[in-house]
Ligand binder design. Structure first.
Ligand code: HEM
Length: 504
C-alpha cells in the first residue's frame, strides 16, 4: 500500500472511531428517558390529586418513586429531586444551567417583573445585583458596624416582654416585629428616624405577610399560562394592589433619602443600605436601575423577616417540647454569658449547643422546604433522565433532611447530632440544605445567622418559658411559600436574670 492510501486508511479509521463515539453519545443522550412519576388525567395532569398539602404529597411520591420523579400539573411539567447525589448534579455539576427561575405570576408582578435577586433569571443583571447586596451590604464589616441597630431592637423586644409581666407572648408576632424593625433600620434607619421610621415599619408589617403568602398560593394562571389573562382567582389583581401600595411607600422613602443626602445629612459614621445603594447609583448611573433598587429592598424585607420569624417560632416550640434541651441551652447561656449579664453578639460563637438547636430545628422544619424552584435553561440529563428546558425543578429539602438513609432516628429532635460534625449552612453538605446551595443559595445568610442566634439567645437567656395552663403543644405544619406552624405558639415568660436593670 502506498503512502497516500495508508494516509486515507488512517483518516477513514479515525473518522469511523470519532463518528461511532459521537453516535453512541447521541444514542445514549437521546435514549435518556423521562423520570418515573404518577399518571394524571387528560388536561389536568396530576392537579386533582395534589391536595391542599403539596409538601406531604411530594414526600409521599418520593417514597414511591425514589430519587427523582416527574409530574404534570396542568400544562406545567415539574420534576422533584429527593436525594443528595442528584441535588449535587443540579446545584453543583450543572449549576449554571439550573440557576434560572421560572417565577409564578404573583412573584413576577410582586418583584417588578423579576427585577429582584430571588426571581430574576440567571443573567448579568442578577449577578450584579447579588454582588452589590452580598459585598456592599452584608460584608463582615458592614454587619459589625450595624450591630448597635440590631442590639437596640432586640433589647426593646426583651424590655417589652419584661414590662408585660407574665402576659402570654405570641412568639412569631414578637419575632416578626423585631425582625422587621431590624431590617427596616438596616435599610433606611440612619437617615430616617423617629416617627417616619415607625410609620413605615408598621405599614410593612401589615402588608408583607399577605404579600409573601400570595407567592405560594396555587394559581390556575401558572398551570395554564394560556388562561393567565383571565386571572380567574384574582391573584394577579390582588398582587398588583399590594405592589402599588408598597411602591408608594418605597418612592416616598427614597425621595426623603435623596433630599437628606442632597442636604449633606450623612455624617454619622454608619451608612444605611439605602444610602449605600444611592451612592453607588450616583457614581455609576447604569449600575442599578430605580426599579431594581426597589425590587432589591423588597427582597430584603420579604426574604428576611418571615423566614427568620418563623424559624424563631419553630426553635422555641421545639425547646418547649423538649425540656431537657431547653435546660441544656439555658445552662450553656448561664456559663457563657452569666445570669448577671445580657447576651451580646460576641458571645454567639461560643454558644455551640444553641447553634446545634437551631440547625436541628431547620433540619426538621426548613423555612423554605422545596427551596425556590429552579428551571433549566436547556434540556439536561439528571440521574440518567432527561429534564426538558423550562421544567419547574423542586428540591425536596424537607424529605432529604428526614431520610433515614442519612439521618439516625430522623424524626427525633436531637441537637447533639450537630455537635462537632462540621455541618454548617454553606450548602456543601447535600443532606442539609436549609439555605439552599450553589449560586442561587440564600443571599442573606450572614445576616440571617446572626439574627437567629442573637434573638433566640436573648429570649432563652432572659426568661424561662412555659405553655399557658400547661397546654399540649401543637407541632403541625402549614405549607405555603414558608413552612409555618399551623397553630401560632403562645408562651408565658418568667424573668430569670438576677437584676431587673438588665431588662431596661
Ligand atoms: C432563617 C432565615 C432564612 C432562611 C431559612 C432562608 C432560606 C432561603 C432559601 C432556602 C433560599 C432559596 C435558595 C435556593 O433556591 O437554593 C433563599 C433565597 C434568598 N434569600 Fe434567604 N433565608 C433566610 C433569611 C434571609 C435573609 C435575612 C435575607 C436578606 C436580608 C434573605 C435573602 C434571600 C435572597 C435575596 C434570596 C434569593 C437568592 C437568589 O435567588 O440568588 N434570606 N433563602
Amino acid at each position: 500500500m502506498d503512502q497516500f492510501s495508508q494516509a486515507i486508511l488512517t483518516l477513514v479509521s479515525i473518522l469511523v472511531v470519532v463518528s461511532s463515539i459521537c453516535y453512541f453519545k447521541f444514542l445514549s443522550k437521546s435514549a435518556a428517558k423521562s423520570p418515573p412519576g404518577p399518571w394524571g388525567v387528560p388536561i389536568l395532569g396530576y392537579l386533582p390529586f395534589i391536595g391542599a398539602d403539596m409538601l406531604s404529597k411530594f414526600s409521599q411520591l418520593a417514597s414511591k418513586y425514589g430519587e427523582i420523579y416527574m409530574l404534570r400539573l396542568g400544562n406545567k411539567l415539574c420534576v422533584v429531586i429527593n436525594s443528595p447525589s442528584l441535588v449535587k448534579e443540579v446545584v453543583r455539576d450543572q449549576d449554571n444551567v439550573f440557576s434560572n427561575r421560572s417565577p409564578p405570576v404573583a412573584a413576577f408582578i410582586g418583584t417588578y417583573g423579576a427585577k429582584d435577586i430571588a426571581w430574576s433569571p440567571n443573567n448579568s443583571e442578577w449577578r450584579a445585583l447579588r454582588k452589590v447586596f452580598v459585598r456592599e451590604m452584608l460584608s463582615n464589616r458592614s454587619l459589625e458596624v450595624s450591630y448597635t441597630l440590631r442590639r437596640n431592637e432586640v433589647r426593646k423586644a426583651i424590655q417589652q416582654v419584661y414590662k408585660n409581666g407574665k402576659a402570654a407572648v405570641e412568639i412569631s408576632l414578637l419575632a416578626f416585629q423585631t425582625e422587621m424593625n431590624v431590617i427596616t433600620n438596616l435599610l433606611w434607619g440612619e437617615l430616617l428616624e423617629g416617627e417616619d421610621e415607625e410609620i413605615y415599619g408598621k405599614k410593612f408589617c401589615a402588608i408583607i405577610p399577605k404579600f409573601i403568602d400570595l407567592f405560594g398560593k396555587a394559581n390556575i394562571s401558572d398551570f395554564y399560562p394560556c388562561l393567565a389573562g383571565l386571572d380567574i382567582q384574582g391573584i394577579k389583581r390582588q398582587m398588583e394592589s399590594y405592589r402599588h401600595a408598597i411602591d408608594r411607600i418605597l418612592n416616598d422613602i427614597i425621595e426623603k433619602h435623596k433630599k437628606k443626602l442632597s442636604e449633606g445629612v450623612t455624617e454619622k459614621g454608619r451608612k444605611d443600605f439605602l444610602q449605600i445603594l444611592l451612592e453607588l447609583k450616583e457614581k455609576d448611573e447604569d449600575s442599578i436601575s430605580d426599579t431594581q433598587l426597589k425590587a432589591l429592598i423588597l427582597d430584603i424585607i420579604s426574604g428576611g423577616t418571615d423566614t427568620t420569624a418563623s424559624t424563631i417560632e419553630w426553635v422555641m416550640a421545639e425547646l418547649l417540647n423538649n425540656p431537657t434541651v431547653m435546660e441544656k441551652a439555658q445552662t450553656e447561656l448561664a456559663e457563657v454569658v452569666g445570669l448577671d449579664n445580657i447576651v451580646e453578639e460576641h458571645h454567639l460563637p461560643k454558644l455551640k449547643y444553641l447553634d446545634a438547636v437551631v440547625k436541628e430545628t431547620l433540619r426538621l422544619h426548613p423555612a423554605i422546604p422545596l427551596l425556590v424552584p429552579r428551571s433549566p435553561s436547556q434540556s439536561s440529563i439528571v440521574g440518567g433522565y432527561t429534564i426538558p428546558k423550562d421544567t419547574m425543578v423542586f428540591i425536596n429539602v424537607a424529605y432529604i433532611q428526614k431520610d433515614p438513609r442519612f439521618w439516625n432516628s430522623p424524626l427525633e429532635f436531637k441537637p447533639e447530632r450537630f455537635l462537632g460534625n462540621g455541618c454548617d449552612f454553606s450548602g456543601n453538605n447535600f443532606q442539609f440544605l436549609p439555605f439552599g446551595s450553589g449560586r442561587r443559595m440564600c443571599a442573606g445568610l450572614p445576616l440571617a445567622e446572626r439574627m437567629l442566634m442573637y434573638f433566640l439567645a436573648s429570649l432563652v437567656h432572659s426568661f424561662d418559658w412555659k405553655l399557658p395552663n400547661d397546654q399540649k403543644l401543637d407541632m403541625s405544619e402549614r405549607f405555603g411559600m414558608i413552612l409555618r406552624k399551623s397553630v401560632p405558639l403562645v408562651a408565658i415568660p418568667n424573668a430569670r436574670l438576677f437584676d431587673s436593670n438588665l431588662y431596661m
